[in-house]
Write a protein that binds this ligand. Structure first.
Ligand code: ZN
Length: 281
């Protein structure tokens, strides 16, 4: 089952479920997080739902979860990316966060800030939490995951490296596409392992890897974060990016206004986002 949050012309959002075919059935919840928080039988209710429909091709996709309580991100979680960034293999997961103002939909424009020319891509598998979870062991951790989606942790690379903390370069307004749909865990391998992942810029492949290369897998990450804080329905966990980012190339390559970034994960579909200059004037 594929769950999306879509917007209508007035900007209000609603959950849409795609059973089969090219139509989405609208559900009486404002976004995917609200559906996940509405009770343990959310999957059954979404499966059986019938109601107003829209054509999938005409839907305006919001971020799968527009306002998650938490967006937890991993840095340095693929060996190829650790090497290109000149870092040591971490003993513990490298965690950072971003805020919901950074999120955009799967086909929305990415805003390139006026203060930087170093806009870089990071294709990532994103786990969506389905239930309130604290202190879960690795063995049961995947039960907390409702499903998976695609996230591109688009990074303002020079601002990321201004200080030791990554946050400044990771949460610029309107830079992080997430979507187009949460694909429920039952449709994917456990932990969404062994899925091809990558991205391209104007048709040129920039990243090409597989989620089986994650250093810390989804079960480990969920268990680890739940040791720190209660995970809530709709929380997003971005699992890190493989090698091939623009800053790891020689010479470095960054996104330019007008370019199109396409991010794909096997079984989850793809996002396609144009880069536009964010003009503060
Ligand atoms: Zn990242």
């Amino acid at each position: 089952m594929r769950l999306s949050t879509i917007r209508n012309a007035a900007g209000h959002s609603t959950v849409a479920v795609r059973h089969e075919g090219d139509e989405l059935v609208l559900l009486p919840h404002g976004d995917v997080a609200a559906l996940l928080a509405s009770g343990e039988d959310w999957a059954r209710r979404a499966t059986e739902a019938d109601g107003p429909r829209v054509a999938a091709a005409e839907a305006w996709y919001a971020p799968v979860v527009p306002h998650p309580n938490k967006i937890v991100c991993l840095g340095l979680n693929y060996a190829t990316h650790i090497k290109e960034m000149g870092r040591q293999t971490p003993v513990h997961p490298t965690l950072f966060a971003k805020y919901d103002g950074a999120l955009v939909g799967a086909y929305d424009d990415i805003l390139m800030p006026a203060v930087s020319d170093d806009l870089d891509w990071e294709a990532e598998l994103c786990a969506v939490i389905g239930r309130s979870t604290r202190h879960v062991g690795e063995k049961d951790a995947l039960d907390a995951v409702a499903g998976y989606t695609i996230l591109n942790d688009v990074t303002i690379r020079d601002w990321q490296h201004r200080t030791r903390e990554f946050l400044s370069g990771k949460t610029f307004e309107g830079t992080t596409p997430v979507g187009p749909a949460l694909v429920t865990s039952d449709e994917l391998p456990p932990g969404a392992s062994d899925l091809d992942i990558g991205c391209s810029v104007d048709g040129r492949t920039m990243q090409e890897s597989n989620t089986s290369d994650l250093l810390f897998d989804v079960a480990h990450i969920v268990s680890y974060v739940s040791t720190i804080i209660t995970l809530l329905p709709g929380d997003l966990i971005a699992t890190g990016t493989p090698g091939g980012v623009g800053a790891g190339r020689d010479p470095k390559v960054f996104l330019r206004p007008g370019q199109r970034l396409v991010t794909r994960i096997e079984g989850l579909g793809e996002m396609s986002n144009r880069v536009v200059r964010d003009d503060p004037a």
